[in-house]
Design a protein around this ligand. Structure first.
Ligand SMILES: *[C@@H]1O[C@H](CO)[C@@H](O)[C@H](O)[C@H]1NC(C)=O
Ligand SMILES: *[C@@H]1O[C@H](CO)[C@@H](O)[C@H](O)[C@H]1NC(C)=O
Ligand SMILES: *[C@@H]1O[C@H](CO)[C@@H](O)[C@H](O)[C@H]1NC(C)=O
Ligand SMILES: *[C@@H]1O[C@H](CO)[C@@H](O)[C@H](O)[C@H]1NC(C)=O
Ligand SMILES: *[C@@H]1O[C@H](CO)[C@@H](O)[C@H](O)[C@H]1NC(C)=O
Ligand SMILES: *[C@@H]1O[C@H](CO)[C@@H](O)[C@H](O)[C@H]1NC(C)=O
Ligand SMILES: *[C@@H]1O[C@H](CO)[C@@H](O)[C@H](O)[C@H]1NC(C)=O
Ligand SMILES: *[C@@H]1O[C@H](CO)[C@@H](O)[C@H](O)[C@H]1NC(C)=O
Ligand SMILES: *[C@@H]1O[C@H](CO)[C@@H](O)[C@H](O)[C@H]1NC(C)=O
Ligand SMILES: *[C@@H]1O[C@H](CO)[C@@H](O)[C@H](O)[C@H]1NC(C)=O
Ligand SMILES: *[C@@H]1O[C@H](CO)[C@@H](O)[C@H](O)[C@H]1NC(C)=O
Ligand SMILES: *[C@@H]1O[C@H](CO)[C@@H](O)[C@H](O)[C@H]1NC(C)=O
Length: 827
């Protein structure tokens, strides 16, 4: 069961897993190496056995080695070749370490390897043996103790011959490729010395009883079967052989069963247990309480409910409890009370974001948390104040309390001893952060998320000392102040910067181009002055709803810009041709400014050398409510992906060009309201099959409605609008929140009222031709536009009868035909 994940949570969670995986890997590797008497190839004594040298050369001959990894494989002493290790006692090759790292070997594995009779260790991981099967003869390398084929891109079935490797201690078949599978693993049961088994990513979907084969391996310490499409996991092992098992990773399978009983709760030797992403449901299992060796447990992304069991108090070795996205409920105080309380508190990581925890954080310090590094409690239902004892958790690197109902004040006392803190996340609470303007924090944060906390009215001075921040969100924090100059220096390395929705005044600095941000949201403030050259790294910028003046920059300076949102400012002048250099731009909203002049045609763009093949990526373009003039912009011929176009409330004039139908074939929303367009509605316009919204109201359009309007299936069929949604929302996710949170709005005149449509505009189907000089009969074809919700033909010169079938427009909520010369009966 996969829940909507907030990206940051996922990030942390996987980093931890990787770190653990690496740790375990190193451990496993060193113990296995210790058991061979391998020697560094530079040690003098042995020289190569002749037969083994020719076996190695034959092996190399089958390989393709584009990166020349085996260039050292020459000369007599094969014990000195890269990746070849000989026993310093016998001189035999005992180990081949041919792990590919970015650069990789490919080709065929020659059976000449069988000539290495003393080979104990074979690592072929992370090479590119794609399209090749794992050779069956590997099962005949009798002395093998260690075999690593992970990530080697072999395809097909795992050969059961591997079951002949009765000396094997370590077997890694993890994530070999997407097309590796096994339909029978009974051969495993013959590997009775096996200590480490990784089959992650192997397609084991056909296996029903997979566990009995594994249960034949009494020495097994590590078992990893994540992402194996396993569907079955028995309630118990009547007789368990797995008494040495320390690591079990069952995560991301399809077990979908009750949390108990389950065979693994009986494995009291377990130190690391990962069962996330399996659709386990039911109460938080009390079997955990018997796992007294447990160091780390991850139960995330299941549907566990209830409180953690009280017997967890005994888990004195527990370092990490990970349970993102479950439904743990009950009071946080009770949960803390049930955490291990031992002479030495080992607990380092407590990950409980996205659960159903309630109540206040306890007022007295919680002894079990005294060594905590990371505390994630976001997206629960916590209330009350943040207690001051949080400030005594001196090892704390991450404090995440966001999206709860916490209130009260956080002051220096909460923060002054958190020297190690790297991430402070308190967004979406009613917390006020009140510190003295002279306070110097002891920490240097990488992530600051304080959205909707109360930081103002003064600009928070302590941010001055936070010069290594990657992500800063102080949006909606009641700051009512001028932005200090130091801020731009302190924030110069921030990648995601959000100060939206405050009352911040001041100018954007001329040095802005030297910042390193990818995303900036300064919208809804009172920033003035012109827009300077932008950071070269910038992809998303929202400066809407400020007091910006002056012309747009002649050189935007951000070649990768994707969204540029500048509506509701006082930007003046013409739209510069430098816009044509923004080849990735897909959302441009310049509406409600003072722009004037006609829209540049990029053919005369001095910045680009060859404009004949120019195409822009623009999908959503809004220029409404400016003073733009000239003809319908011919630049739009270069915008084949345009879906939404709003030129309303300007002074555009001239006829609508016929090329709209051909060049803007994706167009769904066309709004030209309140301009001075004249001439006929070109027939070609009705080639826009997706057109569902056409507003030509308040222009000078003459002629009649083309009968081919029936070809606009956007108006004849109610479509599935999900594909449209992306065109209207910027969909930028940053730290789980939409940064540059853009929703297109339109006002539609229906039932005599201007009505504001926000996100739901995608469902609006509208034909508005009001206040023009159209004439003739209203064509019968109009009544085929049955998806219409609003039809306004008022204030024209239509005459004749109403279309017979107009009653077929069942979805219409607003129909206005007034002020025409229509006659006859209302059908
Ligand atoms: C082999 O080399 C290792 C490491 O240099 C050494 O510790 C070991 O004693 C040597 N074994 C023999 C048999 O020489
Ligand atoms: C691997 O074997 C196949 C089939 O025998 C052959 O076509 C291919 O050339 C071989 N590849 C190399 C690198 O020798
Ligand atoms: C190796 O295993 C296969 C299949 O499991 C078996 O048929 C074969 O006899 C074994 N070979 C040897 C040499 O043991
Ligand atoms: C896994 O294997 C089964 C049966 O061999 C196959 O039907 C299925 O498509 C495979 N799944 C994936 C994701 O490869
Ligand atoms: C435990 O392992 C031994 C050795 O592989 C095997 O003989 C025995 O059948 C196993 N017991 C169970 C219950 O599988
Ligand atoms: C925990 O172990 C005790 C003693 O072995 C046993 O009685 C109890 O049933 C176990 N609890 C669970 C939940 O497995
Ligand atoms: C928690 O429970 C609610 C209500 O039963 C359910 O809608 C939601 O999906 C559950 N969440 C998780 C993460 O299991
Ligand atoms: C934890 O242990 C200490 C010392 O044994 C004890 O004073 C305290 O009450 C315990 N806390 C909880 C929550 O059980
Ligand atoms: C969440 O907690 C509330 C209050 O404790 C409880 O009524 C509700 O059933 C819980 N929801 C789930 C899905 O556990
Ligand atoms: C511009 O590009 C077009 C199409 O790629 C090409 O035919 C033309 O020769 C180019 N013109 C110049 C001046 O490079
Ligand atoms: C609708 O489009 C088709 C195909 O482009 C065309 O043949 C037909 O004449 C059009 N219908 C009307 C009423 O113009
Ligand atoms: C759309 O309307 C909402 C609600 O009034 C407003 O917050 C938002 O800024 C508007 N978006 C645009 C692009 O005007």
């Amino acid at each position: 069961m996969f829940m909507a994940k907030s990206p940051m949570d996922t990030l942390h969670f996987s980093c931890i897993q990787i770190a653990i995986a690496l740790l375990l890997f190193t451990q496993a590797k060193s113990t296995t190496e210790g058991s061979t008497s391998a020697l560094h190839p530079n040690d003098a004594i042995p020289s190569c056995v002749a037969g083994e040298k020719s076996a190695l050369l034959a092996f190399r001959a089958g390989l393709s080695d584009p990166a020349n990894l085996l260039s050292s494989w020459k000369g007599d002493d094969c014990c000195r070749w890269k990746g070849v290790y000989c026993s310093n006692r016998t001189g035999h090759v005992v180990r081949l370490d041919l792990q590919g790292n970015g650069q990789a070997l490919a080709g065929n594995i020659s059976s000449s390897l069988l000539g290495l009779h003393h080979l104990r260790y074979l690592d072929l991981s992370h090479n590119r043996f794609d399209k090749v099967h794992i050779p069956e003869f590997i099962g005949s390398i009798n002395n093998l103790r260690y075999l690593d084929l992970s990530g080697s891109l072999f395809v097909g079935s795992i050969p059961p011959q591997l079951g002949n490797l009765s000396n094997l201690r370590y077997l890694n078949l993890g994530y070999i490729s997407d097309n590796t599978y096994s339909t029978d693993i009974t051969w495993l049961s013959r590997l009775t010395s096996l200590e480490h088994l990784d089959m992650s990513g192997l397609n084991l979907s056909t296996l029903v009883h997979w566990l009995p084969s594994v249960n034949m391996l009494p020495t097994l310490k590590v078992l990893r079967v994540t992402n194996c499409l396993l569907k079955n996991s028995p309630d118990s092992l009547l007789l368990s052989n797995l008494t040495s098992l320390e690591t079990l990773d069952l995560s991301e399978n399809h077990l979908h069963k009750h949390s108990r009983p389950n065979w693994f709760w009986d494995l009291t030797s377990l130190k690391y247990l990962y069962i996330s992403g399996n659709g386990f449901y039911g109460p938080f299992p009390d079997g955990i309480g018997n796992m007294t060796s447990i160091v780390e447990i991850d139960l995330s992304d299941n549907n566990l409910v209830g409180m953690i069991p009280s017997n967890m108090k005994n888990l004195c070795k527990l370092e990490s409890l990970v349970s993102f996205r479950n439904n743990i409920s009950g009071s946080i105080a009770e949960l803390f009370h049930r955490l291990p309380n031992c002479s030495q508190n080992k607990l380092q990581d407590l990950f409980l974001s996205d659960n159903n925890l309630t109540g206040s954080l306890p007022t007295a310090p919680v002894e079990s948390l005294s060594n905590l590094n990371q505390l994630y409690l976001s997206d629960n239902k916590l209330t009350g104040h943040v207690p001051v004892w949080i400030g005594e958790l001196k090892q704390l690197t991450t404090l995440d309390l966001s999206s709860n109902n916490l209130d009260g004040v956080i002051h220096e006392g909460h923060l002054s001893r958190l020297d190690m803190l790297q991430e402070l996340r308190l967004s979406d609470n009613s917390i006020a952060i009140t510190v003295s303007p002279t306070w110097v924090p002891p920490f240097s944060l990488g992530i600051i998320e304080l959205r909707s906390c109360q930081l103002g009215p003064k600009f928070p001075m302590w941010l001055r000392w936070q010069t290594h921040v990657m992500s800063l969100d102080i949006s909606n924090t009641s700051i009512n102040d001028i932005i200090p100059d130091w801020f731009w220096t302190a924030a110069s390395s921030v990648m995601s910067l959000n100060i939206r929705n405050n009352q911040i005044t001041g100018f954007l600095p001329s040095t802005m181009e030297f910042m390193r941000a990818k995303e900036m949201d300064f919208s809804s403030n009172q920033l003035g002055g012109p827009i300077p050259k932008l950071p070269i790294t910038l992809t998303k910028l929202d400066l809407s709803r400020n007091n910006l003046v002056g012309p747009l920059p002649l050189d935007f300076g951000a070649p990768g810009l994707e969204t540029l949102v500048l509506y509701n400012n006082m930007i003046s002048g013409a739209i510069p041709s430098s816009l044509c250099r923004l080849r990735s731009l897909w959302l441009l909203d310049l509406s409600s400014n003072n722009l004037n002049g006609s829209i540049t045609d990029c053919l005369v763009n001095k910045y680009s050398t060859n404009m004949t093949d120019l195409t822009l990526s623009i999908v959503n373009l809004s220029l409404r409510n400016n003073n733009l003039s000239g003809e319908f912009p011919s630049l739009l011929q270069k915008c084949p992906q345009l879906i939404f176009l709003d030129l309303g409330h300007n002074q555009f004039s001239g006829a609508l060009p016929a090329w709209i139908g051909e060049k803007l074939s994706s167009l769904s929303f066309l709004r030209l309201r309140s301009n001075m367009f004249c001439g006929h509605i070109p027939d070609e316009l009705t080639e826009l099959v997706n057109l569902q919204y056409m507003d030509l109201g308040y222009n000078n359009i003459s002629g009649s409605i083309p009968r081919s309007i029936i070809n606009c299936t956007g108006m004849t069929q109610t479509r599935d609008n999900d594909d449209l949604r992306d065109a209207f929302t910027s969909g930028v996710y940053s730290a789980g929140n939409e940064l540059v949170d853009y929703t297109e709005n339109l006002t539609v005149l229906t039932k005599g009222q201007e009505r504001l449509y926000t996100g739901e505009i995608i469902y609006m189907v509208n034909l508005d031709l009001s206040c023009n000089s159209l004439m003739g009969e209203i064509p019968e074809e109009i009544s085929a536009l049955v998806a219409l919700k609003s039809l306004n033909l008022s204030w024209n010169n239509f005459n004749g009868k109403l279309p017979e079938n107009i009653g077929a427009l069942m979805q219409v909520e607003s129909l206005d035909l007034s002020h025409n010369d229509l006659s006859g009966e209302i059908p």
